[in-house]
Write a protein of this length. Sequence first.
Length: 256
Amino acid sequence: MTYLTRILETKSGEVAELKKQEPERRYREMRGELPAPRDFRSAIASRDGGINLIAEVKKASPSRGVLVEDFRPLDIAARYAELGASAFSVLTDRHYFQGSPDYLKAITQQFSIPVLRKEFIIDESQIYETRLMGADAALLIVAALAPSQLRDYLQLFAELGLHALVEVHDRRELDIAIEQGSTIVGVNNRDLRDFTVDLMTSVNLRRDYPEGVLAVAESGLKRRDDVLLMQQAGFDAALIGEGLLTSEELREFAWG
Ligand SMILES: O=C(O)c1ccccc1NCC(=O)[C@H](O)[C@H](O)COP(=O)(O)O
């Protein structure tokens, strides 16, 4: 069983609980009162060949364990805003990443920078929940969804005014993402079977992106040269968690 399969099994149980709270009905009752989502796509699109930062607020991960003992998400987000982050990514999964929807809500309320919900979405109810939470965008993982499900979810995202970062690991998944209508595609450099990281996964797949699809390099970027490699390969944005906590070089990078 891959780690992703394990995570998705846990999510099935969480979704059963979530459905009891009827997020779709709550969304329909509250939609007039919800603030308009901020434009995640425009925020991360490269201008003049620069590369934008999607800064991930991450307490722990399956591959690295606890990254920050004294975790203060608003302080971390403030530091990332100072660095010039174009968007935040906030983990809301409690079980594997020690994240929380409360962290996301607090960050959306405090900052004007668009926020991506980093979650393992396998059901429509989570998309309504994402909108109710105040996120501007969320992750969809091709390996976690049937192609028709991906298409339906992208349509629901658009109806709710949300953007989707669609994550792929190889050429087959990139083709599915494009065929189903994705307009922002991220390549995860981390192999979710054994957690090894290979930055060439992003570099090699970038050549196969069609015109007009935004490209995000995800995971394992730890050094200035890693980011420059992604910039030279033509990525619009780099999504970075651990590296921002550990690398001075990345904190001094001229983003955007
Ligand atoms: O980070 C992990 O260990 C992990 C394990 C299993 C599934 C997903 C995982 N990470 C989710 C992410 O997308 C990363 O947090 C994100 O790309 C940032 O990665 P990094 O810069 O290496 O912290």
